[in-house]
Design a protein around this ligand. Structure first.
Ligand code: NAD
Length: 320
């Protein structure tokens, strides 16, 4: 496992990080014992960075993660959680709520501090509020020893750029914007690097679309986009490979990313992810998959307030 500095923080994170949203049953029902094993074994195999949020499974992911981390030396992992998003349509970025939220997260996680506290999905709220109220409130938590560094997360690269130009942020987490289907983030990366921001890349399996099982029913992508991903997945299966393997290996090749997140509540999946992360990519298969996905390259979907959006949106099929 490779380890990299997280921007200009004093944190060192594994190239492959553990994304804990599946622990909340976000994708499918989970077997809690296997989920706990998935976290513990991942750490034993060298993964040291874990990302979670109170939103995932509406606090369940943090609770299950807290059980998994119970008894493990705190110095063995770098822990990131989030504030501000509490339901599909429930956001509260007020100073009072984010302060209370961190205390509740610490309790669920069974720790006295998190290494990183992130504003969750900033494109859904007023970016002025993020800059003027939320980030200063989170910085103050550093003085109290509850959260060492502050980051922002979201789908809209425009929103991440806007906020990081106006407030000091230590990290940013981008999702679904650098994977086999959407590479938009690559163009923005130098700007964030110039600002000394630690970059975390997430949803490299496109929230399940780039897996053999396919996207969950709530996936926001259009039917043509999901159909193209399914065709690419079938090709990989036909060639004796796995689209998840290609997708993970593809994302891991982007230089300048501190950690690439992937998560699964199934230890078998995580064991494969860790093994794949250390194998070379099949360039011939990549070329064929790129051809299949070319018609939907960088196509996205609307997320958040209209003024904060930045994607090429393909119309949703009326049948979808
Ligand atoms: P993902 O692209 O990593 O896909 C997750 C899905 O892929 C799950 O259903 C999982 O079971 C499945 N999977 C994982 N490994 C597999 C394998 N080897 N074979 C087959 N299926 C496999 O999507 P994600 O979970 O959204 O992203 C990863 C993490 O990134 C999240 O858990 C979260 O921590 C973080 N994230 C953060 C934000 C945000 O802050 N706004 C948004 C998205 C993701």
């Amino acid at each position: 496992m490779d380890y990299r500095p997280l921007g200009t923080t004093d944190l060192t994170v594994s190239a492959l990080g553990y994304g804990a949203s599946p622990l909340g049953g976000v994708f499918h029902d989970i077997d809690e014992a296997d989920a706990i094993r998935s976290v513990r074994e991942s750490l034993a195999r060298g993964v040291n960075f874990i990302d979670v949020s109170p939103y995932y499974g509406i606090t369940r992911a943090e609770t299950v993660l807290g059980r998994a981390l119970s008894g493990m030396p705190r110095a063995d992992y770098v822990l990131a959680t989030k504030v501000g998003r509490y339901g599909d349509d429930e956001f509260d970025y007020s100073a009072a709520r984010v302060r209370a939220s961190v205390d509740q997260s610490l309790q669920r996680l069974g720790v006295d501090h998190v290494d990183l506290i992130q504003c969750h999905d900033i494109e859904f709220v007023s970016l002025d509020q993020v800059v003027e109220e939320t980030i200063p409130a989170l910085r103050a938590l550093g003085d109290e020893g509850k959260a060492r560094y502050v980051g922002i997360t979201g789908y809209s690269l425009k929103a991440l750029e806007h906020v990081s130009a106006r407030a000091k942020v230590d990290t940013l987490l981008t999702y679904c914007r650098y994977n086999l289907q959407d590479r938009s983030f690559a163009e923005w990366l130098p700007t964030f690097q110039d600002r000394g921001i630690g970059v975390v890349n997430a949803s490299v399996l496109a929230m399940g679309a780039l897996t053999t099982r396919g996207a969950p029913p709530w996936h926001p992508a259009s039917e043509p986009l999901l159909a193209a991903c399914a065709r690419a997945a079938q090709l990989c299966t036909d060639k004796g490979s796995d689209i998840a393997k290609l997708a993970l290996q593809y994302a891991l090749r982007l230089p300048g990313v501190a950690s690439t997140l992937v998560g699964s509540a199934k230890w078998d999946n995580m064991a494969r992810n860790i093994a794949w992360s250390e194998e070379p990519i099949d360039l011939d298969l990549l070329a064929e998959v790129e051809q299949i996905l070319a018609p939907v390259r960088n196509v996205g979907w609307p997320v958040g307030r209209p003024e904060n959006q930045d994607v090429t949106v393909e119309a949703r099929s009326p049948m979808a």
